[in-house]
Design a protein around this ligand. Structure first.
Ligand SMILES: Cc1cc2nc3c(=O)[nH]c(=O)nc-3n(C[C@H](O)[C@H](O)[C@H](O)COP(=O)(O)O)c2cc1C
Length: 198
């Protein structure tokens, strides 16, 4: 199994060091109902502006409803279909467009991202891997699964047990092996004023 730990200038929590977006999933190992419950609880307990919880999640479990899982898989972009077919669980985050008072919900995407990342970190804690995907047909997902007009499909997440990169096609394996990178700290974090080193 391929590990691609984050290289950090200071020690950080293991969950964040270990998490990365693998494309290699083990189709023979489902996510158990206990694990699934933990993933959903992790997302449910994310913080949100005014505790408005603007997120909703659609969940497709290949082990319990393969036909629906297949319809969700068919919503993915071809580049994601090239590897996500072995992930036993697909999850779609959706965000409310407006707050309960009818005003545009400025932090909806932020909060839904936090809930999604909570779910992804919980996956790591359970020994699972999670890979987020913007590459899917949101209109198709909306139509297939009855997402109401007041919600916007945001991000698909493939979840399952990681497998060795050898199971991937040559094209996908080449992407899998690319080293992980991040912008430098000094270009990302500013102390007191924009552009000043932290
Ligand atoms: C909102 C979002 C959308 C993404 N969309 C895709 C995608 O469609 N296909 C894909 O292979 N990876 C996708 N990724 C994964 C990113 O490419 C990945 O997180 C980034 O390259 C950093 O790598 P790491 O997660 O291994 O640290 C997405 C990640 C996020 C957070």
């Amino acid at each position: 199994m391929l590990h691609k730990p984050a290289v950090t200038s200071a020690p950080i929590n293991d969950l964040m060091t270990k998490r990365w977006s693998t494309r290699a999933f083990d189709a023979s190992k489902p996510v158990t109902s206990t694990e699934l419950a933990a993933l959903l609880e992790a997302a449910r307990w994310a913080p949100s502006a005014n505790n408005s919880q603007p997120w909703r999640f659609l969940v497709w479990n290949k082990a319990t409803d393969e036909a629906s899982w297949r319809r969700a898989f068919e919503c993915l972009a071809p580049g994601n279909q090239a590897w996500a077919g072995n992930a036993p669980l697909l999850v779609l985050s959706c965000v409310a467009a407006t707050a309960p008072d009818g005003k545009p919900y400025r932090h909806g995407g932020h909060d839904t991202g936090m809930a999604t990342f909570s779910l992804m970190l919980q996956a790591v804690e359970l020994g699972l891997a999670a890979h987020a995907m913007a590459g899917f047909n949101a209109d198709k997902a909306r139509a297939e699964f009855g997402v109401p007009a007041e919600f916007t499909p945001m991000t698909m997440v493939a979840i399952g047990h990681q497998a060795a990169p050898e199971i991937l096609t040559d094209d996908v394996r080449a992407k899998e092996l690319v080293p992980r990178t991040r912008r430098a700290l000094a270009e990302t974090f500013f102390a007191g004023a924009w552009g000043k080193g932290a």
